[in-house]
Write a protein that binds this ligand. Sequence first.
Ligand code: HEC
Ligand code: HEC
Ligand code: HEC
Ligand code: HEC
Length: 427
Amino acid sequence: MSNKKLDFFMTILGLMLLAVFVVSIVGYGKDLKRAEKRVDSIADIEVPAVPSVTTNRLNGVVSAEEWAKHYPDIYASYMKNADNKGHGSSRISYVETDPDIKVLYDGMGFSFDYTEAIGHNYTLEDIAETTRPHKLANCLTCKTPDMTAMVNAMGTQVYATDFNEVFGKVSEPVSCWNCHANTPGTVVITHDYMANAMGDEIEAGKVPASSVSCAQCHIEYYFDPDTKATLTPYSTLDEIAPEAIYAYYKELNNFTDYTNKNTGVGMIKVQHPEFETYYGKGSQHAGMYTCADCHMGVAYNEKTGDPYANHYLVSPLENTELLISTCSLCHSDLKGQVKEIQAKVTAREKEISGLLVQVNEKLAKAVEAGSLSEEKLAEIRELDREAQFYWDFIYVENAEGAHNSKLSHACLDKAEELAKKALELLK
Ligand code: HEC
Ligand code: HEC
Ligand code: HEC
Ligand code: HEC
């Protein structure tokens, strides 16, 4: 190689090295900036000022789409909930996987149509498709902000309005308005029954608003027998224990959701008490994390590194960022641990539903044969109702034991004991 050629080559090489150096310095600077932007938890994200948006929608509910251009990252993460289709085309039907419920829920819709829960985007499609009967608009309580806004504007009689009349007026699935009203960033409890039950508790600092935002729907609730309005069976945090809820229904003239067709016993149908298990006695993390910490978490804009609240609501086990940054500080194998908890709880649920089916069938036979005194029958009916309540409280809860394994086993212990007592009396 001639000297000239060598010079030229060395210059090019030098320039290339310089370029690599500059790029890495800039990249390093960016990383540093990004590192500076990292926040410890979702509550530490700086909340941007609320842009003004006007809408023609019913009752002024601004839709998620109308907020999209102001909150592109949040909107995109919110829309990702559409990816949560459960097991997709083979969406789990609990009627098939847990046939005992055909007997235990006989007399109500869940005995023939009960599928796994999926993402928030599908709430309206799901209710349109279910074959469970729904006469009144109160079924829409947890499905759309349009319903909630209607209740707030016109009063609780909306709950008792004909389902189809209200369904024709709603179009937005669970969205921004449910948790923020029209002020994204500030958590607003829009559902009247939850604001009544937990408003003071939030004020007193006993429970964070961000958790109560989920508790507007992920709770045990009931429809008032007279007004048909949606209500919670408690009005303070101290009353959310399953025993207190059972006592509340007993006090309420033995409130019943349906009468079991085989036995004639008035039963309570528990819904989805994720709030009650997580904030219940024995919860490991209740004082440490909010629902949003585990099911939302922080995400970062790919270009700027700016943090934003992740609105894709999934299992914490599917959130790698969260597992690594937070949970792994104490848990070396959280996935394995949760799997084990859930496997134990699920196995016991199956075992106990088997006992409850035996109670149901033997009781039905005894009633038909007229072989037992009214007094004894009354005692067995009460045992049946109570045992199934404690079993249902855990069976229908979506964390399957992970929120609070202690409380889950305590409820299952109770259910088992009560069912065995009933079987003893039916011998
Ligand atoms: C306005 C009612 C409402 C509110 C508020 C709400 N949810 Fe939901 N959520 C639902 C309904 C209804 C479903 C089931 C949808 C379906 O299956 O069609 C659901 C489903 C889910 C699922 C999917 C369940 C699964 O098994 O895959 C998760 C996770 C979830 N919600 C978490 C949350 C969290 C966390 C919050 C609070 C930040 C919250 N939700 C607030 C009504 C609500
Ligand atoms: C199911 C309830 C729920 C829904 C639906 C919801 N949010 Fe949020 N949002 C929350 C919670 C909880 C937080 C975190 C509050 C905290 O911990 O401080 C939050 C935080 C925020 C923040 C402040 C943090 C940040 O990243 O800037 C904004 C802004 C926001 N949400 C906008 C929206 C928008 C826009 C939508 C609709 C596309 C929406 N939210 C839908 C519950 C919800
Ligand atoms: C400061 C330590 C610490 C951190 C951080 C932590 N955990 Fe835990 N966690 C514990 C302890 C202690 C227990 C109870 C003992 C055990 O089961 O390992 C526990 C138990 C659990 C359980 C089982 C609860 C039950 O009732 O059996 C779950 C689920 C869980 N943690 C989830 C999480 C998630 C998700 C994160 C991250 C967001 C997290 N933990 C972060 C200490 C921690
Ligand atoms: C300490 C972390 C933690 C907190 C806080 C927490 N959960 Fe969970 N949650 C879990 C775990 C773990 C599961 C089981 C996930 C799985 O099976 O993959 C779960 C499951 C769920 C599910 C079923 C969804 C699914 O993907 O399986 C719902 C719905 C839910 N939680 C709602 C809530 C609500 C509402 C709150 C607040 C009242 C809450 N969670 C608080 C850890 C948490």
